[in-house]
Design a protein around this ligand. Structure first.
Ligand code: SF4
Length: 438
C-alpha cells in the first residue's frame, strides 16, 4: 500500500506515521475489550442506555481467534502494516470520523459514512474495501461499489443503535396504518399523502423502502434540502430513524412542534390521534443516537461558565434543547470546517463523538477544543472495530479468504440506490456549521 495514499476530507497525510492525539476531557476508551460483546450479548455496552437492546436479528460476531485477542498492540501493528503492504492497491481501508485512532491510523480515507462510500469508488483496483465503521455504512459502500469488490466489516457486531431502532417490519406496519388513514391518492398538486425520508443511518432495507415509495435518503448535512424536496412531493413526511435530526431540521425550516408528532412503533397510530396525524407535516420516528442524546443544556452552561467566549457547536442528532442552546449546529464535516475556518485562536466546546473531537483538538493546536460531555461519549459500537479484528480480516485476505463480507441482496440494493440517487440529484452544498442551516 502506498504510504502517501490519497485521503478524503480529513486527510491522514501519512497514515502509517500517524500519532494518536492528546487526551481530552472525555475518554475515548471503554472499560471492556470489544470481544466481550462477541456471541450472544444483547446490549450496546458502555455509553448506551441500558434500555437499548440489540435486536435479535442484528448480526453477531463469532469469536475472534485467540492469537488476535492475545496479541500485543505492537504485534498487531506490525501484522496490519505487513498485510497492507502485501495487499497493496488490491486493498482500501476506510475509517469513519468516529473511529478510534488505533484503527484510523491505517485508513486510506477518513470521513463520514457517505464520503467514505464515495471515496471507495476512487480505488477501482481495490478488490477489498475494509470499512472501519458500522454495519449500515458497509452496506452503503457495498451498494455503491462494483459487484466484484468485497466490502468487509472487521467486526460484524459493529452496528448502530440508532439504525437498529427502525426495522423494515415496523416501518411497513406504520406505513400500512398511514395508508389506511390517508389513502394513497395524491392531492390536487400531485403530492402523495405521506413521503418517506430516511437518514443515511439505517439499514439498506429501509433505504430500499424509501426508493420503492417515492422517498429519499438524507445526511446530516443535506437534511433541509432533502426535506424541501420531499414537501414538494408529499403532503407529509415520515422521517426515520432519528427523531432529533428530523425535529431540529424541520424546526429550523419553520415547522411548528405541534405539527411534528412522534411515531412510537409500539402504539396504535404511533401514539397520536388521527386528527394530530392529519395536521402533521413531519412524523418523527422514535429513534435517537445513544451518543448524541447524552449532551445536555447543563453541559453547555458549564462550558460557558468555565470558558467565557467559548463557541459551542453540536451535531443535529443532539436533542432540540441542546441545539437551541448551542451557538451553531452541523454535521461532522461542517464542525470540522468551522474549526479549520476560525482565523483567531478560539475555544470550541463540541457536542459530538469524542474520537472526532480529540482528533480535531490534536490537528488544530492553536484552538482550545474539548468535548461537551465530560464523562464518556465514544460510540460503543464503532469501538468494536479493534486492531485485532482488522489484523484478522487483512491476514485472511492475504491468504485469499474473504471474512465478514457485507453483501446487500441485489433486489434491495436496486431500490435503495433509487433513494440514494434522488438525494444525489439534489446536489446539496455541504453547509457550514450554522444554527439555521442544519
Ligand atoms: S454515533 Fe450514534 S448514530 Fe453514529 S454510529 Fe454510533 S450510535 Fe450510530
Amino acid at each position: 500500500m502506498n504510504a502517501s495514499s490519497s485521503t478524503l476530507e480529513f486527510p491522514v497525510s501519512d497514515p502509517l506515521s500517524y500519532t494518536a492525539p492528546v487526551a481530552s476531557t472525555c475518554s475515548s476508551g471503554l472499560s471492556a475489550a470489544p470481544w466481550t460483546f462477541d456471541g450472544g450479548v444483547h446490549t450496546y455496552g458502555p455509553g448506551a442506555s441500558l434500555l437499548d437492546i440489540i435486536p435479535s436479528a442484528a448480526p453477531r460476531q463469532g469469536e475472534l481467534p485467540d492469537e488476535y485477542r492475545r496479541a500485543s498492540a505492537s504485534d498487531l501493528d506490525l501484522r496490519i502494516r505487513a498485510a497492507k503492504l502485501a495487499l497493496g492497491e488490491r486493498l482500501v481501508i476506510l475509517g469513519h470520523f468516529y473511529q478510534r485512532d488505533e484503527v484510523v491510523q491505517y485508513a486510506d480515507f477518513v470521513g463520514d459514512s457517505f464520503q467514505l462510500a464515495q471515496a471507495a469508488k476512487t480505488r477501482p483496483d481495490a478488490e477489498a474495501i475494509v470499512f472501519c465503521g458500522v454495519h449500515f455504512m458497509a452496506e452503503t459502500a457495498d451498494m455503491l461499489s462494483r459487484p466484484d469488490q468485497s466490502v468487509i466489516l472487521p467486526n460484524l457486531a459493529a452496528g448502530c443503535s440508532m439504525a437498529d431502532m427502525a426495522d423494515l417490519d415496523s416501518v411497513t406496519e406504520c406505513w400500512e396504518q398511514l395508508e389506511e388513514l390517508f389513502g394513497t391518492e395524491p392531492d390536487a398538486e400531485g403530492r402523495q399523502p405521506v413521503l418517506p425520508v430516511t437518514y443515511m443511518n439505517c439499514s439498506a432495507a429501509l433505504k430500499a423502502f424509501c426508493g420503492e415509495h417515492g422517498g429519499v435518503v438524507c445526511t446530516s448535512s443535506n437534511a433541509a434540502t432533502v426535506l424541501k424536496w420531499a414537501f414538494e412531493r408529499g403532503q407529509r413526511v415520515l422521517f426515520f430513524p432519528d427523531q432529533h435530526l428530523g425535529r431540529n431540521t424541520a424546526k429550523a425550516m419553520g415547522i411548528p412542534l405541534e405539527q411534528m408528532p412522534m411515531w412510537d412503533p409500539r402504539r396504535p397510530l404511533g401514539g397520536s390521534s388521527a386528527e394530530t396525524l392529519r395536521n402533521a407535516k413531519v412524523l418523527l420516528w422514535h429513534g435517537f443516537c445513544s451518543v448524541h442524546k447524552r449532551f445536555t443544556v447543563d453541559q453547555i452552561r458549564q462550558a460557558r461558565a468555565q470558558h467565557p467566549g467559548v463557541r459551542v457547536i453540536v451535531h443535529p442528532e443532539c436533542p432540540m434543547d441542546v441545539v437551541d442552546a448551542a451557538d451553531e449546529s452541523g454535521s461532522t464535516d461542517s464542525i470540522r470546517k468551522a474549526i479549520e475556518g476560525a482565523t483567531e485562536p478560539t475555544a470550541f466546546a463540541i457536542g459530538t463523538e469524542v474520537n472526532l473531537v480529540q482528533r480535531l483538538a490534536a490537528q488544530n493546536p492553536r484552538h482550545t477544543i474539548f468535548c461537551l460531555d465530560p464523562v464518556i461519549c465514544p460510540c460503543s459500537t464503532m469501538y468494536r472495530i479493534h486492531p485485532g479484528y482488522l489484523a484478522w480480516v487483512l491476514e485472511a485476505l492475504e491468504r485469499g479468504e474473504v471474512l465478514n463480507r457485507i453483501a446487500v441482496p441485489e433486489a434491495t440494493a436496486a431500490n435503495a440506490r433509487i433513494a440514494l440517487e434522488r438525494m444525489l440529484a439534489l446536489k446539496p452544498p455541504a453547509q457550514p456549521a450554522t444554527g439555521a442551516a442544519l
